[in-house]
Design a protein around this ligand. Structure first.
Ligand code: SAM
Length: 249
């Protein structure tokens, strides 16, 4: 199996069951699975969902999925790169998967960008990234990925999964996270805040003064009480406040 596609297959039935139950506690009308592989999670998702869209890029695995689920009308196998797939095309859905780790961040980003069409997301990802997504302000792992996620969703690290649960075992520990989108009325257009956060975290070790002065001018940032702090010390609410004061928005 080409390791370049992040192909580490889950072998533990109990872990697969836990992921399926976290993604779909009762029933879901539609589920998108990213990186279906040999279909071990797909099978459990079909038990809980009306319709499953299984995205898989490797043609050999696509062929195996077709054989395994021959004649299953509730499964649509989507044979393409997830990063070239419009995740909103099927309407509102749960998104889940044992993700190929090399594209974890862009997959999370695209999933959150589904906005109101995202019902819930549950992903098995590398533990380090799970800790970054769910970190608290001031902690070592807190950063752009944490606040960018908070703009769209509440996140929770559900449980850890050791390398031995996979075949072949990955070199890193893994963990399952759940993302629950914020209520529709709290989901504004995230674009300006994302750009602002990108600037604040541009050089993680630098102060906000040094990161923001080139864009906003030294005078504007100097008058803010947060000027001497680093981005990793601020909560999302504090970033919002600072942004409002600096832009008058
Ligand atoms: N779901 C299976 C399991 O739990 O055993 C496989 C998980 S494996 C970690 C990740 C899967 O994602 C592999 O089957 C791999 O071929 C697939 N994959 C890798 N890159 C992809 C991409 N860009 N788009 C869609 N699938 C991809």
């Amino acid at each position: 199996m080409p390791q370049k596609l992040g192909q580490h297959f889950l072998r533990r039935p109990a872990t697969l069951e836990k992921i399926a139950a976290a993604a779909i506690p009762e029933h879901a009308d539609q589920v998108i699975e990213i990186g279906a592989g040999e279909g071990v999670l797909t099978e459990r998702l079909l038990e809980r969902a009306g319709k499953v869209y299984a995205i898989e890029v490797d043609p050999e695995l696509v062929a195996r999925l077709m054989m395994r689920f021959r004649g299953e009308p509730r499964l649509k196998i989507v044979a393409q790169d997830v990063l070239a797939t419009d995740l909103t095309q099927w309407g509102r859905a749960v998104v889940t998967g044992n993700l190929p780790y090399y594209i974890t961040s862009p997959v999370i980003e695209r999933t959150l960008a589904m906005g109101k069409l995202l019902e819930r997301a549950v992903f098995l990802i590398q533990k380090e990234v799970a800790e970054r997504v769910t970190a608290k302000p001031g902690s070592r792992d807190y950063g752009f990925l944490t606040v960018a996620t908070q703009l769209h969703a509440h996140s929770k690290l559900l449980f850890k999964v050791p390398p031995g649960a996979f075949s072949p075992p990955p070199r890193v520990d893994s963990a399952v996270i759940r993302l629950d989108p914020l209520p529709a009325n709290e989901l504004g257009d995230p674009t300006p805040m994302l750009a602002f956060l990108g600037l604040c975290f541009k050089h993680k070790r630098k102060t906000l003064r040094n990161n923001l002065a080139p864009i906003f001018g030294r005078e504007t940032i100097e008058s803010q009480p947060e000027a001497g702090l680093r981005a990793e010390q601020l909560t999302l609410e504090q970033f919002r406040d600072l942004y409002r004061r600096m832009t008058g928005g």
